[in-house]
Design a protein around this ligand. Structure first.
Ligand code: CU
Length: 466
């Protein structure tokens, strides 16, 4: 987009002169503007579409490109030059989860950009950055009704790797509207619905009607044609609003090669837990003649599951039930403690440490982030955030605009994954570190939609940003 056009949009959004000075001093935006004439703008439409779930027709949201495909795919180093068109008859806005846009384009409504009105379009432009599996979604209750899609940044050398890319977007689905689900949680808090579980760990506060992988249940799963004996790179996105999954590769051992779009030292396994907002990239070497491979996502602590089937030509497809026979595991630190970033942060002492207590519970259904310090940081600082989860639920905590490194787990210093969303299990603590190199006002929140909606949301503000 042209700089003038963006400034006009920003001014219409009611932003201040201070914000404009931040904007003009933003180097990455300057580089993006310099590239403006090179790339043509891609259209991304926010649409209403029809699905059939459990044989019932439903209207859901969608995000489609000019060819009608879900989401967007870029190559590293390109410019994210997108015209976002709201074709719904209600206002909405989209957040680019995992990218580093200038904060004015980050997509949390009114922070500071307003929602797109029905029929309105808006231009976005910023460097798409490094390769990685990312996604996009509404930062509102509309996320529940599938307003989410993949946002893939491929590496320039990916084609030379001779592996097939398979993108999987997981979701939890309810025939009940999100507003009603939230109202029920608030009404039932402290008694009946969850009364039996008070004092114990709470895993899932909503029982969904279906769990989806690329819009399908296991009763009618997507069957992806793969090369017999070929190599597959699964890019799995947990786009669910309130469900932790464990990826189960079954017969075949997988290699975890990236989390939240950042490469990790390869880790082999068959089960990979992932919380809401998180992504895992798994590499699979299929065995020639071995037939079809189901890739499952198991609902944390439950019997429900979803997934898809990788099938070489002619392979027999066995039908799998949407409900398994053994309860899926709960997500702790087991995997997180073993992940090591391929490119960790440069070792450096913290210039600033922000303590944050995660609070709340089913009683009253109010969740929060409490800190004794102002959540203000300065450009150039190495920042540590120490999160203490004083609640009986796990919280996937997402910081916008930055990737951070996991550097402490339950008080023990580690050199863990670099990621943008980290799961903090019940009654545990976690320290994350990042370099304050992206000035703005950034959302920092729990990626459980209903925890966020009832208070588990904070803003991290750079000094001098209005
Ligand atoms: Cu939470």
């Amino acid at each position: 987009m042209h700089r003038r056009k963006f400034l006009t949009t920003a001014l219409l959004g009611g932003t201040s002169a201070a914000f404009l000075s931040v904007l003009s001093s933003n180097r990455s935006l300057g580089q993006a503007v310099a590239k403006a004439n090179e790339a043509t703008s891609r259209r991304l439409a926010i649409v209403s579409r029809s699905l059939e779930i459990q044989k019932r027709p439903v209207k859901v949201f969608g995000l489609v490109d000019a060819q009608g495909r879900p989401g967007l795919t870029f190559t590293e180093g390109e410019t994210f030059k997108v015209t976002l068109a709201n074709e719904l008859n209600e206002p909405t806005l989209i957040h680019w989860h995992g990218l580093r846009p200038p904060y004015e384009q980050d997509g949390v409504p009114e922070m500071p950009a307003p929602k797109l009105r029905a029929g309105e379009s808006r231009d976005y432009e910023f460097p798409v950055g490094a390769a990685g599996t990312h996604w996009m979604h509404a930062h509102t209750l509309q996320e529940q009704n599938l307003l989410a899609a993949p946002l893939i940044v491929r590496s320039a050398t990916q084609d030379a790797q001779d592996e097939q890319e398979v993108v999987v977007l997981l979701h939890d689905f309810s025939f009940t509207p999100a507003e009603e689900l939230l109202a029920r949680l608030m009404r039932s808090s402290g008694h009946s619905m969850h009364g039996g579980r008070m004092g114990a760990m709470d895993l899932n506060d909503i029982d969904y009607d279906a769990y989806l992988a690329n819009d399908r249940t296991l009763d009618d799963p997507e069957v992806v044609k793969v090369e017999d004996g070929g190599r597959v790179r699964l890019r799995i996105i947990n786009g669910a609003t309130a469900t932790v999954f464990a990826i189960d590769t079954g017969e075949i051992e997988a290699e975890l090669i990236a989390v939240d779009g950042k490469d990790v030292e390869p880790l082999r396994g068959r089960r990979f837990p992932m919380a809401m907002g998180q992504r895992v990239d798994l590499r699979l070497q299929l065995v020639k003649g071995a037939g079809a491979y189901p890739i499952l996502a198991l609902r944390e602590g439950g019997l429900e599951r979803t997934g898809l089937i990788l099938a070489p030509a002619g392979a027999r497809i066995t039908k799998l039930a949407s409900v398994g026979s053994a309860k899926a595991p709960t997500m702790g630190f087991d995997l997180e403690a073993r992940i090591k970033a391929k490119a960790p942060l440069v070792a450096r002492p913290a210039d600033r440490t922000l303590p944050i207590t995660l609070t709340g519970g089913m009683g009253g259904y109010a969740w929060g982030m409490v800190s004794s310090a102002a959540l203000t940081i300065r450009r150039g600082e190495r920042v540590h955030v120490v999160m203490q989860n004083h609640s009986m639920m796990g919280h996937p905590m997402h910081l916008h605009g930055h990737h951070f490194q996991v550097v402490g787990i339950n008080g023990k210093m580690v050199s863990g994954a670099v990621r943008d969303t980290v799961h903090v299990p019940p009654m545990s603590s976690m320290t994350i570190a990042f370099d304050a190199d992206h000035p703005g006002k950034w959302a920092f929140h729990c990626h459980h939609l209903y925890h966020m909606a009832t208070g588990m949301m904070a803003m991290l503000t750079y000094d001098g940003v209005a």
